[in-house]
Write a protein that binds this ligand. Sequence first.
Ligand SMILES: [Zn+2]
Length: 83
Amino acid sequence: MRITCPHCGQRGLEEFLYHGDATPQRPSDGGATPTVEWTDYVYLRDNKNFAHEELWYHSAGCHAWLRVTRDLSTHEIQDVRQA
Ligand SMILES: [Zn+2]
Protein backbone atom coordinates (compact mmCIF):
# COMPACT_ATOMS: atom_id res chain seq x y z
CA MET A 1 0.00 0.00 0.00
CA ARG A 2 1.23 3.48 -0.86
CA ILE A 3 0.01 6.80 0.53
CA THR A 4 0.27 10.07 -1.37
CA CYS A 5 1.34 12.64 1.21
CA PRO A 6 0.18 16.17 0.24
CA HIS A 7 3.70 17.45 1.03
CA CYS A 8 6.04 14.63 -0.07
CA GLY A 9 4.16 12.81 -2.84
CA GLN A 10 3.62 9.05 -3.09
CA ARG A 11 5.47 7.08 -0.40
CA GLY A 12 5.56 3.51 0.89
CA LEU A 13 3.52 2.45 3.88
CA GLU A 14 6.67 1.87 5.95
CA GLU A 15 7.13 5.66 6.22
CA PHE A 16 3.79 6.11 8.03
CA LEU A 17 2.35 5.23 11.42
CA TYR A 18 -1.32 4.34 11.75
CA HIS A 19 -3.14 6.08 14.58
CA GLY A 20 -6.63 4.68 14.17
CA ASP A 21 -10.09 5.86 13.31
CA ALA A 22 -10.30 9.63 12.76
CA THR A 23 -14.04 9.93 13.27
CA PRO A 24 -14.66 9.65 17.07
CA GLN A 25 -15.45 13.02 18.65
CA ARG A 26 -13.79 13.72 22.02
CA PRO A 27 -16.31 14.62 24.79
CA SER A 28 -16.17 18.40 25.12
CA ASP A 29 -16.29 19.18 28.83
CA GLY A 30 -13.42 17.14 30.29
CA GLY A 31 -14.06 15.85 33.82
CA ALA A 32 -17.77 16.76 33.90
CA THR A 33 -18.59 14.25 31.16
CA PRO A 34 -20.23 11.04 32.40
CA THR A 35 -17.89 8.05 32.51
CA VAL A 36 -19.97 6.10 30.01
CA GLU A 37 -19.34 8.76 27.32
CA TRP A 38 -15.57 8.58 27.94
CA THR A 39 -15.69 4.80 27.83
CA ASP A 40 -17.47 4.94 24.47
CA TYR A 41 -14.95 7.50 23.14
CA VAL A 42 -11.84 5.61 24.28
CA TYR A 43 -12.80 1.95 23.78
CA LEU A 44 -15.80 1.41 21.51
CA ARG A 45 -15.38 1.25 17.75
CA ASP A 46 -17.67 -0.10 15.05
CA ASN A 47 -16.38 -2.78 12.70
CA LYS A 48 -16.51 -1.13 9.30
CA ASN A 49 -16.42 -2.74 5.90
CA PHE A 50 -16.41 0.38 3.75
CA ALA A 51 -14.52 3.65 3.29
CA HIS A 52 -13.77 5.53 6.46
CA GLU A 53 -11.35 8.17 7.71
CA GLU A 54 -8.15 7.25 9.53
CA LEU A 55 -5.33 9.22 11.13
CA TRP A 56 -1.83 8.56 9.79
CA TYR A 57 1.45 10.19 10.80
CA HIS A 58 4.24 10.62 8.24
CA SER A 59 6.97 9.66 10.70
CA ALA A 60 9.77 9.07 8.17
CA GLY A 61 8.90 12.08 6.06
CA CYS A 62 7.46 15.51 6.78
CA HIS A 63 5.96 14.61 10.21
CA ALA A 64 2.50 15.69 9.05
CA TRP A 65 -0.72 14.30 10.51
CA LEU A 66 -2.95 13.10 7.67
CA ARG A 67 -6.61 12.16 7.36
CA VAL A 68 -6.73 9.22 4.96
CA THR A 69 -10.01 7.92 3.54
CA ARG A 70 -9.50 4.21 2.88
CA ASP A 71 -11.89 1.44 1.84
CA LEU A 72 -11.36 -1.27 4.45
CA SER A 73 -12.51 -4.09 2.18
CA THR A 74 -10.12 -3.26 -0.71
CA HIS A 75 -7.52 -1.02 1.05
CA GLU A 76 -7.99 1.49 -1.79
CA ILE A 77 -7.00 4.97 -0.64
CA GLN A 78 -9.61 7.44 -1.84
CA ASP A 79 -8.43 10.71 -0.30
CA VAL A 80 -5.47 12.09 1.69
CA ARG A 81 -5.46 15.52 3.30
CA GLN A 82 -3.83 17.43 6.11
CA ALA A 83 -5.41 16.61 9.49
ZN1 LIG B 1 4.92 13.86 4.07
